[in-house]
Ligand binder design. Structure first.
Ligand code: 13P
Length: 248
């Protein structure tokens, strides 16, 4: 039985005052059945982690190196040291804005493992790739290149985020989500064996909202969601946590 995950990716949003969002969510869900992970901008990690809630806190990226001359970057070690237990890696916004390749994402995932963090590794096709029928090939290539040897159900979560569904209010059909998630689990089984693959969580991300979360989380092989815009307000993310709880 895979425990569902409701993960919030705050992206470039939030201030210290956003601790109130976390507090409101904890009030709604003091003892969630699902695993709740909040990924704020890095400087907010120690503040949110310091609240000592039942929710996990994660980073949105890390550098592959543990230390060194890399101005502006954050190591997996400092994320862990300041209270993070997870880190999102290979998000399509980082692949697009910062030219991150599968090799770079793989190196970052190894850094996450080194620091004891769980890597949430993102894959997903663009709209032209979906339109030309190459979605499953694109995802297979991204998985092969981005997920390191040594991935386990404990240290790795995969997030399927179709690029065209992020922030657009559009989502694939439930059938299309089922097809991609099943293909991801097959690829994971080929590399890590059926037992490990069966225990790995695969999240869906891209325009998850209170109104569609329950339907999406009930799709076979969907083990929860990675949520952007709807994770910023407790009145939106609270019902999404509830949907993850209910479809356990
Ligand atoms: P939205 O939920 O805003 O579409 O963003 C999804 C996402 O990119 C989560 O990582």
């Amino acid at each position: 039985m895979r425990r569902k995950i409701a993960a919030g990716n705050w992206k470039l949003n939030g201030t210290r005052a956003s601790a109130a969002v976390l507090e409101a969510l904890v009030e709604q869900h003091p003892n969630p059945g699902a695993e709740v992970i909040i990924c704020p901008p890095a400087p907010l990690i120690p503040i949110l982690a310091g609240l000592g809630t039942p929710f996990a806190i994660g980073g949105q990226d890390c550098h592959a190196a543990a230390s060194g001359a890399h101005t502006g970057d954050t190591s997996a070690e400092v994320l862990a040291d300041t209270g993070a237990t997870h880190v999102i890696l290979g998000h399509s916004e980082r692949r697009a804005d910062h030219g991150e390749t599968d090799d770079m994402v793989c190196a970052k995932a190894k850094a996450a493992y080194r620091a004891g963090l769980t890597a949430i590794i993102c894959v997903g096709e663009t709209e032209p790739q979906r339109d030309t029928g190459t979605t499953l090939d694109v995802i297979a290539t991204q998985l092969a290149g981005s997920v390191p040897e040594g991935a386990t159900p404990e240290n790795t979560v995969v997030a399927y985020e179709p690029v065209w569904a992020i922030g657009t209010g559009r989502t694939p059909s439930l059938e299309d989500i089922a097809e991609v998630h099943a293909a991801i689990r097959d690829r994971l089984a080929e590399r890590f064996g059926p037992k490990a693959a069966d225990a790995m969580r695969i999240l869906y991300g891209g325009s998850v909202k209170p109104g569609n979360a329950a339907d999406i989380f009930a799709v076979p092989n969907v083990d929860g969601g990675l949520v952007g815009g709807a994770s910023l307000k407790a009145e939106d993310f609270g019902p999404i946590i509830a949907a993850a709880d209910a479809t356990r």
